[in-house]
Design a protein around this ligand. Sequence first.
Ligand code: NAD
Ligand code: DAU
Length: 352
Amino acid sequence: MAFQQTILITGGAGFIGSHLVRLMVNQYPAYHIVNLDKLTYAGNLENLKDVEGSPNYTFIKGDITKEAQMQQLFADYDFDGVIHLAAESHVDRSISNPMSFIETNIVGTVVLLNAARFRWKDAAGKRFYHISTDEVYGSLGETGYFTEETPYDPRSPYSASKASSDHLVRAYYHTYGLPVVLSNCSNNYGPYQFPEKLLPLMINNIRNNKPLPVYGDGQYTRDWLWVEDHASAIDLIYHRGEVGETYNIGGNNEWKNIGLVHQLCDIVDELLGRQPGASRSLITFVKDRPGHDRRYAIDASKIKRELGWEPTIQAAEGLRRTAEWYLENTEWLERVTSGAYQQYYELQYGEE
Ligand code: NAD
Ligand code: DAU
């Protein structure tokens, strides 16, 4: 079958990537979606079971840091576009092991940029879309929002590696004319998130009656976005975003960590038929994350104004759907938290 477009999605077996792959494969049967993923601890083909047999979907196990491999991939498929999500994504891991973040997030991105640049001699109509984070902007006080003009001020090895990759993507636009587009998004939540991140970790611990480790004073603020809303924003930006532009994506849904954990405890207690308030007693304040950014908040008015995107799922519904999904998919949780996860958990939380 001759496809209208062939699109490379990197990191499509991860949390956000799997939602995006599902959306693209189902919504665009005339596109060939190629998912390239290294399947690190965070990548899981189980997240994509429902699309694996689709005629417009191909999975390739590969590593974006491998130059020859990526150049061969671009020669094999003649991509029309790239949506680049592959990354090391967990801040705490970047603090204990920064090097893998430098390798994948910086070097891997440059390897892909080069593969696209060399392959796309005539880049007209092509598109290299880099998925990034609001963490590149640093930390806010009690008020204010990150806009697309906020100066970069990354403070963790993770955010510094993402900031570096953003700069390199823009450099390839200005220097080589590569048709790039970027977006910087706030915290995503929903099904298939690896339980090292706040929400699935807390849900998993609540169901197992384990301590709920809240860093520092718990007064840190994040803006939370339903992951499928992020995927729909990516779809829109890929198709309609201006080349060379950046779009901030956010949920307009700020929570202090402790408030969010309280809310989750109450939802999960209700779903499990426990006494109201039972799980709140599991909350344990633990040592803080070094360099912990106090507050993130996104001004997403540009994507609303220019592309008409807005989040569709509000917190009350999204948190309940999230809790329900993990409680209904305990086998998934058991599988991803066996083996190496135990070792990670012991290192991260063991001393407390
Ligand atoms: P994730 O950790 O769940 O998934 C990352 C995926 O990348 C995994 O499938 C992994 O196997 C793959 N990968 C890692 N190294 C690779 C390599 N060298 N080659 C090929 N594949 C590799 O991450 P996520 O939360 O889904 O985040 C996806 C992207 O979105 C990242 O770029 C992240 O910085 C960005 N982002 C995430 C959030 C969030 O809240 N999770 C918010 C904003 C932006
Ligand atoms: O803002 C976007 C970013 O959101 C993405 O770029 C990252 O890839 C993604 O991991 C996420 O980063 P955070 O550091 O904000 O997410 P995390 O779930 O690790 O932590 C959310 C907040 O909860 C943060 O303030 C730290 C706190 N926390 C986290 C964990 C894992 C706790 O208090 N206890 C915990 O055990």
